[in-house]
Design a protein around this ligand. Structure first.
Ligand SMILES: [Cu+2]
Length: 311
């Protein structure tokens, strides 16, 4: 019945209903109090209007019961909104461990999507139904925002950092996505389609078409091409084996976990954190390497980690 009605897009993800319920609650509270306040204003204006020139209303000194009521009731309502909203937010911002990762790069004015297995897409995203998908997103230039109304997911895509969202689609079909952050002249062209397929169709789609190498394989080629191997393959730089996801000791005594953000920083700004026991000889690759290539190198480094290597 709501199909195509612009105020409520289709609910196509596991979190869509929860988001909508909170939204209905907030709207209902707003409507109730807006109507109540306006009706009271009009009723009082008429009921207590001045009836003669010398009419003096009685003096009222306050009413404790009323004051407690109008403090406690809004406080309780705000408490409900806070607990409900934040628990939903926390649940929706933590991707399940088993989520399939797909990478999103925004640039003026298109969306570039990359699957770990290799396929790349522009303004189209193919995903399987019923499986959690985690999007790791960054921008090549200005702030964009990835928004899929049918999934009720939306997050800023910021240059210089990785942001993530996740969803699990519940129905096959084609659903629109948009850039939801004004990003220049052709911002309105930065839209596309999510194509939700059955798992079999998705496997078929992944393996069909032009044969592309995996992100990790592309990263391994870049590792040679950029000469990373001359240090990291020789002992002049730390080895990448079992680096991803593990703690790294720095020369200032601190420890950091080697996640996507740390690896990205190590490549673009090597002097920001120096690994203990090594000298700061690594040159910066800022300006020579694209966001997409950084993601490929990270995929390569990730592929060198084994479950047994987890510290
Ligand atoms: Cu944009």
């Amino acid at each position: 019945m709501w199909h195509g009605f612009p105020l409520r897009p289709d609910q196509i993800s596991t979190i869509a209903q929860g988001v909508d319920h909170l939204y209905y609650f907030l709207t209902a509270v707003d409507l109730f109090f807006t109507a109540g306040i306006f009706l009271t204003i009009f009723y009082f204006a008429i009921r207590y209007r001045r009836r003669s020139e010398d009419e003096q209303p009685p003096r009222i000194e306050g009413n404790l019961a009323l004051e407690i009521t109008w403090s406690v009731v809004p406080a309780l309502l705000c408490g409900v909104m806070f607990v409900w909203g934040s628990s939903l937010y926390i649940r929706n911002s933590r991707p399940p461990e088993a989520a399939t990762e797909i990478f999103v790069i925004g640039k003026q004015w298109m969306w570039h999507l990359q699957h770990p297995e290799g396929p790349r897409e522009i303004n189209e995203l193919h995903v399987p139904v019923g499986r959690p998908i985690k999007l790791t997103m960054t921008s090549e230039d200005v702030i964009h925002d990835f928004f899929v109304p049918a999934f009720r997911v939306k997050k800023d895509v910021v240059p210089g950092r990785y942001s993530t969202i996740w969803f699990q689609a519940t129905k096959t079909g084609r659903y629109r996505f948009f850039c939801a952050q004004y990003c220049g002249t052709f911002h309105s062209h930065m839209t596309g389609w999510v194509e939700v397929m059955t798992p079999e169709e998705y496997e078929h789609w992944l393996s069909g078409g032009v044969k592309t190498e995996s992100m990790a394989a592309a990263g391994a080629a870049l590792y040679q091409q950029f000469g990373c191997v001359t240090c990291h393959g020789t002992g002049k730089g730390p080895p990448f084996t079992n680096l991803y996801g593990n703690p790294v000791k720095l020369d200032n005594g601190q420890t950091v976990v080697a996640d996507d953000a740390y690896l990205r920083e190590s490549i673009l700004d090597p002097s920001a954190k120096i690994v203990a026991g090594y000298s700061p000889i690594m040159p910066t690759f800022r300006g020579q390497i694209s966001e997409e290539q950084i993601l490929q190198i990270i995929a390569y480094i990730k592929s060198l980690s084994t479950a047994e290597g987890k510290k």
